[in-house]
Design a protein around this ligand. Structure first.
Ligand SMILES: [Zn+2]
Length: 416
């Protein structure tokens, strides 16, 4: 069948679009809500894209395996990467990244299977591979076994954080080496664009990047409160960055390095903090070796203790009876949820929302709270959208439902 299709495609009789359409297009059903068939078609297209990308990666790996016995290793790699890139119409360096992903993926059969089955996107798979240190066979198998149950619907950012925290426990030394190497990977990238515009990208240790970004955010906040300032948030931030880079930093800006650490403590170990894992606030898990470095270099260090359930590692709640999520409760929900709780959303939490609305009797407790980004929060309040009382299921105007996975555990088991 595949061979017949391949032969027919490209002739006048068939086109790829016809073949794909015959697989994905769903006809309208009068019993379903308007637009439901359009969403079903869009969803089927996504499955085809994911499966095709996964098969593509598998075949790039197979090409490399065929070429390796024929020539020296580095040549075999570059040859296969270059030819794959040409076939995909991408640059050779993009082909190299693609082939490196394929090689790592060949050691992760469950991730590969989840990709082919459409349970994860290519972006999520690449996030896992990018954050994976080089592990030996046993550690790799252990990592994949721990990762596998989380795979369905895993977002790219959650995949990156989960990969980092799991490998920190499974092979702390290798994770430390990768973490230190990652912090050495620093660059500034300038891309010229049309219309006399260019983009500047800086990559480096998170706390240093935030040291650059925080004053820009502060000036944007000041401008927002100034009725005479009509500039957009982006304009204020860019102009502040330009001024400080060209004319030198604003002497009024604070130069102290302040570090805020969230130290996770199990409720049964409240008194002995020992070797409990720490998280850099807003950045997720951090390798202990990096943490030591940060503490040494900081002028001030703040610790926030997060108390977790000894059984399942989830953050324990606090429950003041208030209408708004503020103070300790808001902070608790931000730490617990980490990212927007909308299905498939990875954005930063902007607002803490009542899952069951306050005016409908929803209490202001951690259990009835979820962190949402601005877009998801707005979407949720549009007519036709609904969220189940436990926050676990979202229903859209076409009647489709999407699971909203619970936030990942704060503390995970260590390797015995
Ligand atoms: Zn969101």
């Amino acid at each position: 069948m595949a061979a017949e299709l391949a032969e027919g495609i490209g002739t006048a009789a068939y086109s790829f679009a016809d073949v794909v359409r015959s697989i994905v297009v769903v006809e309208p059903d009068p019993d379903e809500l308007p637009g439901a068939h359009l969403i079903d078609t869009i969803s089927a297209c996504e499955q085809v894209i994911r499966a095709a990308e996964a098969i593509q990666a598998q075949h790039a790996g197979m090409l490399l395996a065929e070429r390796e016995p024929l020539m020296e290793g580095r040549h075999a790699f570059l040859s296969a990467a270059g030819e794959t890139a040409l076939a995909r119409g991408m640059s050779p360096s993009a082909g190299i990244t693609q082939l490196e992903t394929a090689i790592t993926l060949s050691r992760l059969p469950a991730v590969q299977a989840a990709w082919v089955d459409g349970l994860v996107s290519g972006v999520t798979v690449r996030a896992i591979v990018k954050n994976l240190p080089s592990l030996d066979h046993a550690s790799m198998a252990l990592f994949e076994a721990e990762l596998e149950p989380h795979l369905p619907g895993l977002t790219p950012r959650a995949a990156a954080e989960l990969t980092r925290s799991l490998t920190l426990e499974i092979d702390p030394d290798e994770a430390d080496r990768k973490a230190l190497a990652a912090r050495e990977d620093q660059y500034v990238f300038v891309a010229d664009e049309a219309d006399g515009v260019a983009t500047l990208i800086a990559h480096g240790p998170a706390e240093l990047i935030h040291q650059i970004a925080d004053p820009l955010l502060a000036s944007a906040r000041r401008a927002k409160n100034d009725p005479g300032d009509q500039r957009s948030r982006g304009q204020v931030m860019f102009q502040t960055l330009h001024a400080s880079a060209v004319a030198g930093p604003n002497p009024e800006l604070e130069t102290m390095r302040t570090l805020e650490l969230a130290v996770v403590i199990s409720a049964e170990h409240l008194l002995g903090a020992g070797d409990t894992p720490a998280e850099l606030v807003g950045h997720g898990p951090v390798a202990p070796v990096v943490l030591d470095q940060l503490i040494d270099e900081a002028d001030r260090v703040f610790y926030r203790r997060l108390v977790t359930d000894p059984v399942d590692g989830r953050l324990l709640h606090t429950d003041p009876r208030r209408r708004l999520f503020t103070g300790a409760l808001a902070r608790h929900v931000r730490y617990r949820d980490k990212r927007c709780q909308g299905p498939s959303c990875d954005a930063a939490i902007a607002e803490i929302d009542h899952v069951r609305e306050f005016q409908h009797g929803g209490p202001t407790t951690a259990e009835n709270a979820e962190g949402l980004c601005v877009t998801t929060h707005t979407m949720k309040s549009i007519p036709g959208w609904a969220v189940s009382h436990d926050g676990a299921t979202w229903t859209t105007p076409t009647g489709h439902t999407y699971p909203s996975p619970p936030p990942p555990d704060v503390v995970r088991r260590r390797r015995e």
